[in-house]
Design a protein around this ligand. Structure first.
Ligand SMILES: C[S@@+](CC[C@H](N)C(=O)[O-])C[C@H]1O[C@@H](n2cnc3c(N)ncnc32)[C@H](O)[C@@H]1O
Length: 233
């Protein structure tokens, strides 16, 4: 992975909780955040006494390098969002300015937490579809704004292999959103991913329960559904 190919854009614990319908019991579980990137989910969870491991190829870079890349992409992403304002629901964020503040604060929290979290093993370099963890290491594996979001760049086979891999290392996998993205990795004018139906069928054929559930989070218009997958029986 080259740093110039990454578009770091991080969400908060509050957003993760709603994107994945996380209950108090889920928060106490052992959680893997796949494609965690510069989200503050891990940083906020450890402060509150929970434990998350985040995994991303981005973690081979230093906090300084990631921070520089955040600075490079921040305004271009915000310009993309302003140009596609109608593709988003502003009910909660209110305005692009407020969204920019929320994203900055999440990424600042991540950047502070990254060096200590790396030494504690809470941030691990690694990428789908092959994760560096033993079978059944986690209760829950999450993936936000990577699978389905990049449907144009990543094949159906990559999606299926990645979700099977999440289910190898965790008892249950959840993926959000299920729409493709037209504005970098942040949404806008989302369309249902063409991979969703064949991937769900492929999972069911292989003995998994796979279902789409509505959640209470919607920023990308129409993006209020997650996929929940676990082995049948
Ligand atoms: C848009 S960010 C999402 C960050 C975070 N999950 C969130 O929602 O705030 C997408 C992330 O996918 C990561 N990524 C790219 N290739 C990957 C791969 N093969 N496996 C896992 N993550 C990958 C990128 O490094 C980036 O951090």
């Amino acid at each position: 992975m080259k740093l110039e190919d990454v578009v770091p854009w991080g969400r908060s614990k509050n957003e993760y909780t709603r994107m994945f319908g996380l209950t108090p019991r889920d928060l106490r579980a052992s959680i893997l955040d796949c494609a965690g990137g510069p989200s503050s989910f891990n940083a906020e969870m450890i402060r509150e006494g929970y434990k998350v491991v985040s995994c991303d190829p981005l973690y081979r870079f230093s906090a300084g390098q990631i921070s520089e890349r955040v600075e490079e992409v921040f305004e271009p992403i915000m310009d993309g969002i302003r140009a596609n304002e109608t593709g988003f629901s502003w009910r909660e964020m209110g305005s692009p300015e407020r969204l920019g503040e929320v994203r900055r604060s999440a990424m600042d929290l991540f950047l502070q937490d990254f060096p200590p979290g790396l030494s504690e093993g809470r941030y691990v370099e690694g990428g789908l579809p092959t994760l560096p963890f033993d079978d059944g290491t986690f209760d829950l594996a999450l993936c936000s704004h990577f699978l389905f979001t990049y449907s144009a760049q990543l094949s159906e086979g990559f999606h299926l292999a990645s979700i099977l891999e999440m289910c190898r290392v965790a008892e249950e996998a959840r993926v959000f959103p299920l729409l493709t993205s037209s504005v970098h990795a942040v949404g806008g004018e989302g369309q249902a991913s063409p991979h969703l139906r064949p991937v769900v069928d492929g999972l069911r054929e292989r003995g998994y329960e796979a279902g789409v559930e509505e959640v209470s989070y919607e920023f990308q218009k129409g993006g209020d559904e997650m996929l929940r997958v676990r082995r049948r029986g």
